[in-house]
Design a protein around this ligand. Structure first.
Ligand SMILES: [Zn+2]
Length: 237
């Protein structure tokens, strides 16, 4: 709280409103705050000549990041979400079995709410850390058009859950890029990022969604996510 109270004390922030709600058996208060960002922004500026990166979003690998120094980094989709989803299913079952109106039912309902809260906190932490480091360390970030990515890949409930992460990732990346002065480039929806050979530039029109790797006529072997990230990067460089 000192982050906020110090600023309120010397006039760099003021509280516009607040809201109290009960969630998962706890009380939560949230503030709507008007903050003077000048001193924050001055300390957190994306380097003008910093790295340029292309980012491909996926399911098992949440983000594949290709940088202009030639490195490709894979950020795995955090497994704690999976573990919590397992716990959630168990809590849901317990709730379904509990006698209506019973004490056990109230307990089971609170348990479900707690697990939900844990999932959403874990996801929020993961996305915030990733988007903050990306926007603070890079000068330019290229991402794919999300509407297309979602349309193509959105096939099951599990993917719905991941999709929510993708749009939140994009939302955070957009406002943080503006905060830190990084340039955010969104690839044209027809840009063939997964199909273009990074060696010879030929486009593989036979690539199917299930193909994780493919070999070009020129002999180059491509990993789908890595190829997409590199081609996105090339849009900017
Ligand atoms: Zn090729």
């Amino acid at each position: 709280m000192s982050w906020l109270t110090d600023r309120i004390a010397d006039g760099r922030a003021r509280v516009l409103g607040s809201r109290v709600e009960a969630r998962a058996g706890r009380w939560w208060i949230s503030f709507q705050v008007d903050v003077d960002r000048a001193d924050i922004d001055a300390r957190r500026v994306a380097p003008v000549h910093g790295p340029v990166v292309g980012i491909d979003l996926g399911i098992t690998t949440f983000a594949t990041i290709a940088a202009d120094d030639g490195t490709v980094t894979k950020v795995a989709n955090p497994r704690h979400l999976g573990r919590r989803l397992h716990r959630l299913r168990r809590a849901d079952k317990a709730l379904a079995r509990a006698q209506p109106g019973s004490k056990n039912r109230a307990k089971a309902a609170r348990r479900v709410a707690e697990v939900h809260l844990g999932v959403s906190n874990a996801r929020a932490d993961f996305l915030h850390q990733l988007t903050t480091s990306l926007t603070r360390c890079n000068s330019t970030i290229v991402v794919e058009d999300l509407s297309v990515a979602g349309m193509i890949r959105n096939r099951s409930l599990a993917r719905h859950i991941v999709d929510a992460g993708w749009s939140e990732f994009r939302r955070q990346l957009t406002y943080k890029a503006a905060w830190y002065g990084a340039r955010l480039v969104v690839a044209d929806r027809w840009y063939p990022s997964t199909r273009t050979c990074t060696t010879c530039g030929d486009i593989n029109h036979d690539l199917r969604l299930a193909d994780r790797t493919w070999t070009c006529h020129c002999g180059a072997v491509h990993d789908r996510d890595g190829t997409a990230a590199i081609n996105l990067l090339r849009l900017a460089v």
